[in-house]
Each structure stands twice: as C-alpha cells, then as structure tokens.
Design a protein around this ligand. Structure first.
Ligand code: DCP
Ligand code: MG
Ligand code: MN
Length: 338
C-alpha cells in the first residue's frame, strides 16, 4: 500500500506498477519481507523508466529486476493482468487468508486460526467466530479500512486533530506524517505526530488522553480507540475517525512525542518503513544507533548484540542534522521511498 513518492501519473508503466503494487501489498500482509522488498524495488525501478517496458528482456536490463519479476512484468503487459492475482489458481484457503489478513489487528496467526476452524468469509466471522472487541470493529468496518484515503481528506482529519489539540494547548505542534508527508496522492491511514517543544512524554500523553481524545470523541470525530502501544517510552494511539459529513471510518494513528525527540520521531513516522530500515542499518554500520527517539553513539552491546547501555544522544530534535551526522545527503520526504 505504498503508492507514493514520485507520482506515477503519466508514467508509461503505470498499469504494470499498479498490478505489482497489489502483489507487494499482498506479500507485505503475509509478512513475506523478501518478496515485498523485491516487488517494491522493481516498482521503484519501473517508476524511473522513461519508456514502456513490455518484454522480459527489457525488464531484465533494469538493475533491481530479476528473472522471475521480469517474467511477471511481461505477463502483466501482454495480458493486462497477473494470474497470481486472479482467483483461478488460488485456493479458497488462500482467498480467505487474503481476506482475513485485511481485518484490522488480525495477523497471520489469527487469520490461520480462523481458516483452521473452517471460516472462509466475513459473514462466517460475524456469525460464528468469537471475536475480540477490536476484531469486531475490524470486521464491521472492513471495507472502510480497506479503502485508500484521498490526500485532501487526510488533510481534513489532520486539521480536526490540530484544532482540538490547539484548543487545549496552543503551544503544541501537530504534523501529519506517514505517506501523506511523503506526498502520496492517497494514504492507507492517517498518521499524526503530536508534540510540544518543551513537553515531556508524560505531560503530552496526559494532555492527549485526558483532554484532547475525549474532546474529539465527544465531537464525534474519533469513533473508537483500537489500541494504545507504548514502545521505547513513546506512545502511539490507534483508532478510527470520520469527518462530520461522511459515514466512512478511517484508520488514524496518533504518535505522542516529547520535544527533544521531534526530529527522530518525524524521521521515523515519515518512513517509509524500508527507508527507515536502511537508515538504521547505515547508523549501525557506523557504530551508531538510530531509533524513533534519536541518534546515539557509544552503545555497548553484549555478545548477543543486545544493547547493554543506551549510549549518549547525538541528535533527537533536528531531522536534518540526523542526516548530516550520518553523512547522508538530505532527502526530502517525497524521495524517501525504497
Ligand atoms: N513504520 C516503520 N516500520 C513499520 C511500520 C511503520 O518504520 N513496521 C513507520 C514508517 C511509516 C510510518 O511508520 O511510514 C507510518 O506507518 P504506516 O503503516 O501508516 O505506513 P505509511 O503511512 O508509510 O503508508 P500507508 O499509506 O499505507 O499508511
Ligand atoms: Mg500511514
Ligand atoms: Mn499508520
């Protein structure tokens, strides 16, 4: 579901990219990282081609496209479809797996359990399965959450959050990150980063959970809370939101960030995930550590590579300086698609 970056509009390979994208989405949902990366690389390479690629030989000549993908590209161009995506050679279990992986919060393990119990449709889940509250929401709003969100609607959700946050504390900052910040024409969800230059994580989390979220719920904008995860001390609130004049529910993520981590958090939350992975790997090769809180040096690792100390902070506030310290030329968000 990464349709962003340099827009494919006017690109001679738009249709091929579209179909490869569906495959990449499928593999990313089944947690098949290698295939996901291979497909995304091929998509990025195709986006850069000035001419239409229609034969296997043409595809093979492009760095980053291997034999099997070249076959697939030829098939897509000559038939305008990809057999693997059609239902014909896909078993009912495969189809159900694809369907169930689209339920919010359901991973591979959960989807497989449902299949083992003989469920094959959303109707089966609704009528026969013992669903958790969140799974119930995921099933009830299945088609809402599957839809891409047009960019201007993402802006409006961002504005609703910003207005509510600023009404509670005008010194807060609200930024829409994720694929939106990368310039995507449509997004899978809405990722909003909420921070305050002098704020601690405790104060921001309290302000959000005690005041802003209840306010947005009361207003009817936030429809439900799905999960609150705490990792590395930062907090992410998952939920659903809807605009006043629309029935469709959208997935929204709110990331609460203390002031001294703004730069690192923005870098993390802008992605994409593969770009993040490559930046973190690069940091590690230089003996540093990059995470969503900051860029650190002097991390001590035990024999099992597990961190024994947190090291000392090099930069957390300034996104551009993180690039500079890593020796990576600044990349605007639109170009952070791998
Ligand atoms: N992220 C990450 N690793 C993950 C998941 C997320 O680094 N496993 C970071 C990079 C993502 C950002 O968080 O860009 C937001 O995550 P999303 O899942 O919302 O992904 P995007 O916003 O990039 O794409 P989409 O349009 O599908 O929401
Ligand atoms: Mg997103
Ligand atoms: Mn998200």
């Amino acid at each position: 579901q990464k349709h962003d970056g340099v827009a494919a509009k006017g690109n001679p390979n738009t249709r091929t990219i579209e179909i490869l994208q569906k495959m990449a989405d499928y593999y990313s949902k089944t947690a098949d990282n290698w295939r996901t990366i291979a497909y995304r690389k091929a998509i990025a390479a195709l986006r850069r081609q000035p001419t239409r690629i229609s034969t296997k030989a043409q595809a093979l000549a492009i760095p980053g496209i291997g034999d099997r993908l070249a076959d697939k590209i030829e098939e897509i161009v000559s038939t305008d479809r990809l057999r693997r995506l059609e239902n014909t050679d896909v078993t009912p279990e495969d189809k159900a797996l694809q369907l169930f992986l689209g339920v919010y919060g359901a991973g591979f393990a959960q989807a497989s359990k449902w299949i083992a119990k003989g469920y094959r449709s959303l109707e089966d889940l609704k009528t026969k399965a013992d669903l958790s509250t969140n799974q119930q929401i995921g099933v009830d709003h299945y088609y809402d959450f599957q839809q891409r969100i047009p960019r201007d609607e993402v802006s409006m959700h961002g504005k609703a959050v910003r207005d509510a946050v600023l009404a509670v504390d005008p010194s807060m900052e609200v930024m829409v990150a994720g694929s939106y910040r990368r310039g995507a024409a449509d997004c899978g969800d809405i990722d909003v980063l909420i921070t305050k230059a002098k704020g601690t994580i405790e104060s921001i989390r309290a302000l959000m959970l005690d005041h802003v979220v209840p306010r947005l719920v009361k207003q009817g904008f936030l429809k439900t809370s799905l999960a609150v995860t705490s990792r590395d001390d930062g907090s992410k609130w998952h939920g659903a939101s809807a605009l006043p004049d629309k029935d469709v529910w959208r997935r929204i993520d709110l990331l609460f960030v203390p002031g001294d981590e703004i730069g690192a958090a923005l870098l993390y939350f802008t992605g994409n995930d593969i770009f993040n992975r490559s930046m973190r790997l690069l940091a590690r090769k230089k003996g540093l550590c990059l995470n969503q809180r900051g860029l650190y040096k002097d991390i001590l690792r035990g024999p099992d590579q597990v961190k024994t100390t947190n090291g000392s902070l090099l930069e957390g506030r300034d996104e551009k300086r993180i690039f500079a310290i890593l020796g990576v030329p600044w990349r605007p968000p639109e170009h952070r698609v791998c």
